[in-house]
Design a protein around this ligand. Sequence first.
Ligand SMILES: Cc1cc2nc3c(=O)[nH]c(=O)nc-3n(C[C@H](O)[C@H](O)[C@H](O)COP(=O)(O)OP(=O)(O)OC[C@H]3O[C@@H](n4cnc5c(N)ncnc54)[C@H](O)[C@@H]3O)c2cc1C
Length: 375
Amino acid sequence: MDADVAVIGAGVVGTAVALALARRGAAVAVLEAEPEPGLAASGTNSGILHTGFDSTPGELETRLILRSAELRDDVLGQLGIPVLRCGAVLRPSGGEERATAARLAEGAERNGVRAELDPDGSLRVPGEAVTDPVDYTCALAAAATDIGARVRTGSRVVALRPVSGGVEAEDEGGARLRARVAVNCAGLHADELARMAGDSSFEIYPRKGEFLVFDPPDGRPLERILLPVPTARTKGVLVFPTLDGRIVAGPTAVDQEDKDDWSVRPEAAAEIVPKAVAMHPPLEGSEPIASYAGLRPAGRGVNYAIGASARAAGLVNVAAVRSTGLTASLGIAEHVARIVAGLGVPLGDEAPLPRRAPREPGSWWRRTAGFRAAA
Ligand SMILES: Cc1cc2nc3c(=O)[nH]c(=O)nc-3n(C[C@H](O)[C@H](O)[C@H](O)COP(=O)(O)OP(=O)(O)OC[C@H]3O[C@@H](n4cnc5c(N)ncnc54)[C@H](O)[C@@H]3O)c2cc1C
């Protein structure tokens, strides 16, 4: 075997899994199709570290979000990942929305998350924070490498087949890697990866989310994340500050079939701007300085499809992590480490994290947006 575990995909989920396994002593190799980690959903999101205040109590997604919150401060501190601990506020506009806000406050309490209901019906969630999701993903990859994992970029896996005692992955350049276990963290393409190994139990489709980036219209940074009242389908269009002092409005939620269409639709601004102005009136009349789109890896009829494949020996799927993967990645990784150990890969106690110098906040949203626009 070339490795104990092959992790396919270096988004935030794959890099967190690689780090968790490497910290526990496994020989890990990460295979990533693109030239750098975090160029897919993990680099084109809102960058919000959610508290889980609005997550459905008891679900796997919720449990992993809450567990991540316990693990996160150590990771942010040791790896020097920038974070804006600004909190969020949700301001309901009418009676029905006030009732939803009150229900959210009850849910937050059940999840053990601090949320305060103001007399005017507004819900304040002090623990919500914003990070740089590109730096977050790259820091996890770098830390995994520091403690022995190998990360191979430009390595798109095109075949996954069983071999004696494990799984063999082959990339489009013909390079082969044998491992006892393969962990499928391929985001939008996780269904194709699973199918290569004979598992067609789930399907992934892209749910596009578009964003507009503004300079602060009055020169003042936004103080907190402004949340709309969510619906069953989406958290809705938010307005949030970035670490580099910009204001971002989005995302939309548009289901599509094409996994390669990262464009911002011409009609996106008309959908986003009125909602953003309603929440933050100074944006009225402002021109966006940039726009970008992300594709959520959504599962058809399934969310957080995480587990050992029932159809392909040695394959663990970590798929359909649609909307909260940045937030939940550390909890997901710990959960996956237990699954991998259950498949017979010996894991030891967790080694300490390497220390990395704190990073200056940058305009992370330019990198992935530029890469996708050029592609
Ligand atoms: C618009 C939007 C807003 C969001 N906002 C938030 C938020 O505020 N907070 C939050 O917590 N989450 C948010 N999310 C969700 C979060 O971004 C995702 O849950 C998370 O990025 C999923 O990570 P992943 O590693 O599973 O997938 P990805 O980031 O898509 O990574 C998958 C990786 O696998 C690679 N890959 C694919 N196929 C192959 C192959 N054959 N061989 C090798 N490599 C392959 C890809 O290149 C990619 O790098 C948002 C998502 C979107 C799109």
